[in-house]
Design a binder for this molecule. Structure first.
Ligand code: NAD
Length: 483
């Protein structure tokens, strides 16, 4: 696997430039410098990718689960064997610490592929017996050619999370990674060739969202779209694809509450809260950005969180001591900084952070920001209602369970939530009442790949994970046989 100065599309098993020959700059966010180039694909490239996928579909969908399992399992092995190359590429492309890419992103990418490679061996469909009359059974058939579009925050992790179930169930795929972090998808294409994936089964088209991405979404023959990204993009995709009656899975933004009761295990809670606030620079859709703390422990919590936040090492992503690398792009950093300004205008007090970090060369033009803790804001202000998606958390005290719930449920989002308490009845009451697709009690980001994953309200439509993903990528067909 080798990164390249000129990334290529992967169409019909070959690495090719965009037909137009146009490229977009790819920037290393730690240095702010262009370090490679991405094909600026358009409708013609998407059409080529579609045609390759359509040609590959009859054979791939009929190959049988054992053969599909073997190829995908081999692909997972190749990623695992090349962990370092993938992790380095991911770290350079996204600015995240190499340590995180080595221990989280890339391991999860090959686990995703292995999980769905094996899941398909156990996937079964239902039958419904009408006593003395007839038997119904459900065929679960692949859809055909499907589109998978992913964001920049967990590049290969989320790209494979979609592609793997789509391929395992026998579909052929036209996929687009984020133009902000394309490199590991390029390495994945090389790994697919090595794994013996037949040409056209997976096609990777690089380029901008409104151009290459939009052409995937509006292609009349691409029958399902699995998308992860921002809520506004999701709205636009739904407006395009829904009238075409495409199957849609939309995993969108979040504004997740982290609710801390006084009876929690303080040490575990504070260590995990530091992670749920600032992992990956807060650029994880599941980060808990609104922290609500029972008043009796608020001051102790505040002091400890600020102290620990100030001790986080911001710096060179390749250094093993770095806790937080660069923000993914200049425009994203500016957006996050604009929310810090807004928080102050709304009456908030910055307890720590809130500024960019001046680094020495070669990182002096990189996008580094200090982790930021803000207090004193009402639950319904914009800072506490809109997704910031950066290393910024607000903290607020609460007095009762009802009040905490009201704050937690007050946003338009409903992706994940975290509750810290040793009262099991309260944990269950809260879990039932909270508006979120995922509830973590006394933990955060603990994931079993079999469980349903997704959000309610503006955080999305549909679920990924386990059987949910296998069902999304197959069409159920009922066959009724009368005795
Ligand atoms: P984004 O919506 O800007 O882009 C996501 C992808 O969509 C990219 O590949 C982009 O090129 C593509 N795209 C953009 N416009 C498009 C269009 N018109 N048609 C088709 N494709 C288009 O999101 P982002 O900035 O890359 O990612 C950050 C967002 O993703 C945050 O809101 C975050 O919460 C969300 N996210 C959600 C989850 C989840 O599982 N719910 C996971 C990770 C990130």
């Amino acid at each position: 696997m080798s990164p390249d100065k000129y990334i290529k599309n992967y169409i019909n098993g070959a690495l090719v430039p965009a037909i137009s020959g146009a490229y977009i700059n790819n920037i290393n966010p730690a240095t702010g410098k262009v370090y490679s180039h991405i094909p600026d694909s358009d409708a013609e490239d998407v059409q080529r990718a579609y045609e390759a996928a359509e040609r590959a579909f009859p054979q791939w969908s009929k190959l049988g689960i054992q053969k599909r399992f073997r190829i995908l399992n081999r692909l997972a092995d190749i990623i695992e064997q090349n962990l370092e190359a993938f992790a380095k590429a991911e770290s350079i492309d996204s600015g995240k610490p190499l340590r995180n890419a080595m221990t989280i992103d890339i391991p999860r990418a090959h686990q995703n592929i292995r999980f769905f490679a094996t899941a398909i061996l156990h996937f079964s469909s239902e039958s419904h017996h009408m006593e003395g009359n007839a038997i119904n059974f459900t065929l679960r058939q692949p859809i055909g050619v499907v589109g998978c579009i992913s964001p920049w925050n967990l590049p290969l992790y989320l790209f494979t999370w979609k592609i793997a179930p789509a391929l395992a169930t026998g579909n052929c795929v036209v996929a687009k990674p984020s133009e902000v972090t394309p490199m590991t998808a390029y390495l994945l294409a090389q790994a697919c060739t090595e794994a013996g994936l037949p040409p056209g089964v997976l096609n990777i088209v690089h380029g901008r969202g409104p151009k290459a991405g939009q052409h995937i979404v509006e292609h009349p023959k691409i029958k399902a779209i699995s998308f992860t990204g921002g809520t506004n993009t999701g709205k636009h995709i739904a407006a395009t694809a829904a009238p075409m009656f495409k199957k849609l899975s939309l995993e969108l933004g979040g504004k997740n509450p982290n609710i801390i009761f006084a009876d929690c295990d303080f040490d575990k809670m504070i260590a995990t809260t530091l992670k749920s606030s600032f992992s990956n620079n807060g650029q994880i859709c599941l980060c808990g950005s609104r922290v609500y703390v029972e008043r009796s422990i608020y001051d102790r919590f505040k002091e400890e969180l600020v102290k620990r936040t100030q001790s986080l090492e911001v710096g060179d992503p390749a250094n093993s001591l770095t806790d937080m690398g660069a923000m993914v792009s200049e425009s994203h950093m500016e957006k996050v900084m604009s929310y810090v300004k807004l928080a102050v205008e709304e009456g908030g007090t910055i307890l720590c952070g809130g500024e960019k970090v001046n680094m020495k060369a070669p990182f002096d033009e990189g996008y580094f920001m200090r982790p930021t803790v803000i207090e004193g804001l009402p639950y319904n202000c914009r800072t506490n209602q809109e997704e910031i998606f950066g290393p910024v958390v607000t903290i607020s005290p609460f007095d009762t369970e009802e009040e905490a719930l009201e704050y937690a449920n007050s946003t338009d989002y409903g992706l994940s939530s975290t509750i810290w308490t040793s009262d099991i009845s309260r944990a269950n009451r809260m879990a039932e009442a909270i508006h979120a697709g995922i509830v973590w009690v006394n933990c955060w980001l603990l994931r079993d790949l079999r469980t349903p994953f997704g959000g309610v309200k503006n955080s999305g439509v549909g679920r990924e994970g386990g059987l949910e993903a296998l069902r999304f990528f197959t069409e159920p067909k009922n066959v009724c046989i009368k005795y």
